[in-house]
Ligand binder design. Structure first.
Ligand code: IMP
Ligand code: MG
Length: 196
């Protein structure tokens, strides 16, 4: 698996340091709330990030999970997202302080869908944290409050992010050698329906 990597973009140490800082920022914002916060994680891409993040957050919380799949399109605008696994109804949102956690903000389709869905549950507050952000301007209706790293517009894997379902277990963020992305596709995101 290591042989498939072209280069590492963000090292394991850099990820750990940045996640610790993000957790501090988040803790400062939520620590004085009487109610436990609710962290809603978008599967599967954010699972490694959230596992590290919550262990750095020494505050009361409840966890919810939501599964989203992205579907392809020939343009960034025509791609979309749909909910594949709904939040457990036992995870109450109404009147709660909710933080959505996702792996990466690209077109914003995934986060728009999840933010709209969570907002409909009438939380007291709603914020969003992403590990990575690509330079493409997400539409104005999709905003994020915490960003780990701004990266270039290239397809990355590792630390939860996949290509064709693989590479999520890499401890760093990396770019694969071109031959490992299906040939003829400049952007693997246009190839097939994928699970976030
Ligand atoms: P969106 O375009 O903002 O909806 O991005 C949606 C999802 O596409 C993210 O949550 C990821 O699961 C996936 N994605 C976008 N860019 C990448 C990438 O570079 N590597 C792996 N997954 C990606
Ligand atoms: Mg995702």
């Amino acid at each position: 698996m290591q042989d498939d990597i072209d280069r590492v973009i963000i090292s394991e140490a850099a990820l750990a340091a940045r996640v610790a800082r993000l957790a501090q920022e988040i803790a400062v914002h939520y620590q004085n709330n009487a109610e436990p916060m609710v962290i809603v994680t978008i599967l599967s891409g954010a699972l490694v990030f959230v596992a590290d993040l919550i262990r750095r957050l020494p505050i009361r919380m409840r966890l919810g999970l939501i599964g989203v799949s992205s579907y392809p399109g020939s343009t960034r605008e025509s791609r979309g997202a749909r909910i594949k696994a709904h939040l457990d109804p036992d995870v109450a949102l109404r009147g709660q302080h909710v933080l959505i956690v996702d792996d990466i903000l690209d077109s914003g389709n995934t986060l728009r869908l999840v933010q709209q869905m969570i907002s409909a549950g009438q939380p007291k507050s709603l914020r969003t944290a992403v590990l990575l952000r690509k330079p493409n301007k997400a539409p104005a209706d999709v905003s994020v409050d915490y960003v780990g790293f701004d990266i270039a517009d290239e397809f990355v894997v590792g630390y939860g992010l996949d290509y064709d379902g693989q590479y999520r277990n890499l401890p760093h963020i990396a770019v694969l050698k071109p031959e490992h992305y299906a040939s003829g596709s400049a952007d693997p995101r246009t190839e097939a329906v994928s699970s976030s």
